[in-house]
Design a protein around this ligand. Structure first.
Ligand code: C2E
Ligand code: MG
Ligand code: MG
Length: 466
C-alpha cells in the first residue's frame, strides 16, 4: 500500500522565490523506511504513515455512518529560499513553529501531520461540506502567514492548501490524498496563499490534460507539431523585420489544439523541452531561406529557464541547421524570470555570448519587478496586447504605453507592440514613438510554405525574382 501511495505523491519544485515552476516530480518513499515509525522527529507531529493510518481508521468507522469528512494538504510558499537565506537551522525552527500553530488550531478529533519537507496534512472528521473545508483551510493559511521569529530576525511566509472530501468507500486514503494534492497544485498555480477543494471538474480537467499530453507526446515524437510565423514590422515603414515562431498542432483525433491549451500541458508534464527543440529545428530550417536581414523570434517557456541544458540544446540546433545565432531572438516572459532568476541569468548569458538577442514578452502582465529590467538588460521589450487593444479608448492604457516607451528609450531597448489589429492603433503607436509592431493588421501566423510565398510575393519580390 505504501509503495502505491508513494508513487502517486506529488512534489513541487520551488524556485528561489518560491514560485512553483509548474513542473511535477513524483516522490517515492523508500521501501526500506521503517514502517513502525509514525512520528516526525523534527516537529513531533505524526508522519505520512500515521496520516494514512488515521484516514483508514476513519473510513472504517464511517462504514456504518455515511457522513463525509475532509482532508487537506498545506504547502508553504517560498520555504526553500528561507532555508537558503537563513540557513537550515532557521528553516527547522520555522517548521517547528508551523507545526505548533497548526496543532493549536486543530479542533477536537482533528489531526495534523507533517508529510513532506514543508507539507502538512490535516484530517477534519467533523467537516462535512466543501465550503466548510475551504473555510477551515483558509483559516489555517491565515494562521501560517503571521510573521515567524528566528533569532533576531523575522520571516514571512504564505501557504497554499488543497482539500478533498470522503463521500463513499470508493475514496481510499491514497485517492483522497492524491485528490487533495491535485487541488493543492491548482491552488499553487493560481497564486500564493490560495485554497482549493477538489471537484469533479478538476478530475475531468486532469483526465483531459492526460489525454492531450499523450497525444502531444506522440505528435512531438512523430514531428507533427509545426512552426507558424507571424510578421513583426517596423511601424513607420511597415517593412517586415522578422517573424515570431508560434507552435501549431492539429491532432488526428482531437483536431486543432490551441497553444494556450497544449503549451501549459507541455510545461507541466515535461514535454516542453522536446517540443521546443522540434519547433526550433523546423523554424531555423525554414528561416534559412529568408533574406538574411530578417530575424527569427522564438518563445522559451519558464520551465526551460530552470533547465541548465536549454542553452546547449539551442546552440546545438543552430549549429546543426547552420542558422546564424545573431538572427535569433529568444522571447521570455516575466514569470520565466521569477522561478529561478539566477538560473535564467546563466542560460541567457550563454545565449547572448553567442550573439542571440533576448526580448521580454507580454510585458505588463507578469509579476516581475522593474529591477529585473535593469538586471537582465533585455535587447527588446514586447508590450502585451491587452494594453494595445485598449489604447484608443482607455486613457490609463495610453499612459502605460507612453511610460513603457519612455522607459525603453532610456534603457536603450527596442520595443514591439503586440496584438495590433486596427490601423488607428498602429497610427497612435507611431505617434507615441513605438518602432515595432506585430498583430493581425500586418499578418496572422502562417506556415513555412506560406511565409516563404508571402516573402516572395509581397515583401521581397525583387530579391527572389532572379
Ligand atoms: P505570445 O508569445 O505572446 O504570442 C503572441 C500570441 O498572440 C500568439 O498566440 C498570436 O497568434 C497572438 N496574436 C498575434 N497577433 C494578434 C492580434 O492581432 N490579435 C490577437 N487577438 N492575437 C494575436 P498563440 O499563437 O495562440 O500563442 C499563444 C502563446 O503560446 C504565445 O504567446 C506563447 O506564449 C505560447 N507559445 C506559442 N508557441 C510556442 C512555442 O513554440 N514555445 C513556447 N514555449 N511557447 C509558445
Ligand atoms: Mg511571444
Ligand atoms: Mg507575447
Amino acid at each position: 500500500m505504501d509503495r502505491n501511495l508513494a508513487d502517486c505523491r506529488i512534489r513541487f519544485i520551488e524556485g528561489e522565490e518560491g514560485m512553483p515552476s509548474r513542473q511535477l516530480i513524483r516522490r517515492r518513499i523508500s521501501p526500506y523506511e521503517d514502517s513502525t515509525v509514525l512520528t516526525d522527529p523534527l516537529t513531533g507531529l505524526g508522519n505520512l504513515r500515521r496520516f494514512i493510518d488515521k484516514i483508514n481508521r476513519l473510513i472504517s468507522e464511517r462504514a456504518d455512518d455515511p457522513a463525509p469528512f475532509a482532508i487537506g494538504v498545506a504547502d508553504l510558499d517560498g520555504f526553500k529560499p528561507i532555508n537558503d537565506l537563513f540557513g537550515r537551522g532557521a528553516g527547522d525552527a520555522i517548521l517547528q513553529q508551523v507545526a505548533m500553530r497548526l496543532r493549536a488550531a486543530m479542533e477536537e478529533n482533528a489531526t495534523v501531520t507533517r508529510i513532506g519537507a514543508d507539507e502538512f496534512a490535516f484530517l477534519l472528521p467533523m467537516v462535512f461540506s466543501e465550503g466548510t473545508a475551504a473555510e477551515r483551510a483558509q483559516m489555517l493559511i491565515e494562521i501560517l502567514s503571521a510573521p515567524y521569529h528566528v533569532g533576531q530576525r523575522t520571516a514571512r511566509l504564505s501557504a497554499s492548501a488543497g482539500c478533498s472530501l470522503f463521500y463513499s468507500e470508493e475514496d481510499t486514503a491514497e485517492l483522497l490524498l492524491s485528490k487533495a494534492e491535485t487541488a493543492l497544485y491548482q491552488a499553487k498555480r493560481s497564486g500564493r496563499g490560495t485554497v482549493m477543494v477538489y471537484t469533479r471538474e478538476m478530475e475531468d480537467a486532469a483526465k483531459r490534460a492526460t489525454h492531450i499530453e499523450q497525444a502531444l507526446r506522440r505528435a512531438v515524437a512523430a514531428g507533427e507539431v509545426e512552426p507558424h510565423f507571424q510578421p513583426i514590422v517596423d511601424l513607420s515603414s511597415r517593412q517586415v523585420v522578422g517573424f515570431e515562431t508560434l507552435a501549431r498542432w492539429t491532432d488526428r483525433d482531437l483536431g486543432e489544439v490551441a497553444p494556450a491549451v497544449f503549451i501549459p500541458i507541455a510545461e507541466e508534464r515535461g514535454v516542453i523541452g522536446q517540443l521546443s527543440q522540434l519547433m526550433l529545428r523546423k523554424a531555423a530550417q525554414a528561416a534559412r531561406d529568408w533574406p538574411k536581414e530578417l530575424f527569427l523570434s522564438f518563445n522559451l517557456s519558464p520551465s526551460q529557464l530552470v533547465d541548465q541544458n536549454t542553452a546547449q540544446h539551442i546552440l546545438n540546433i543552430l549549429e546543426q541547421t547552420s542558422f546564424d545565432p545573431r538572427r535569433l531572438e529568444i522571447e521570455i516572459t516575466e514569470n520565466g524570470l521569477m522561478s529561478d532568476p539566477a538560473s535564467a541569468k546563466r542560460i541567457l548569458q550563454d545565449l547572448r555570448r553567442r550573439g542571440i538577442r533576448v526580448s521580454l514578452d507580454d510585458f505588463g502582465t507578469g509579476q516581475s519587478s522593474l529591477g529585473r529590467l535593469r538586471e537582465f538588460a533585455f535587447d527588446k521589450l514586447k508590450i502585451d496586447r491587452t494594453f494595445v487593444s485598449s489604447i484608443l479608448d482607455d486613457r490609463p492604457s495610453e499612459h502605460i504605453i507612453r511610460a513603457i516607451l519612455a522607459m525603453c528609450e532610456g534603457l536603450g531597448m527596442e520595443v514591439v507592440a503586440e496584438g495590433i489589429e486596427e490601423e488607428a492603433q498602429a497610427e497612435r503607436l507611431v505617434q507615441f514613438g513605438c518602432s515595432g509592431g506585430q498583430g493581425h493588421l500586418f499578418g496572422r501566423p502562417r506556415n513555412a510554405h506560406h511565409t516563404l510565398s508571402y516573402l516572395h510575393e509581397s515583401v521581397y519580390p525583387s530579391k527572389y525574382a532572379g
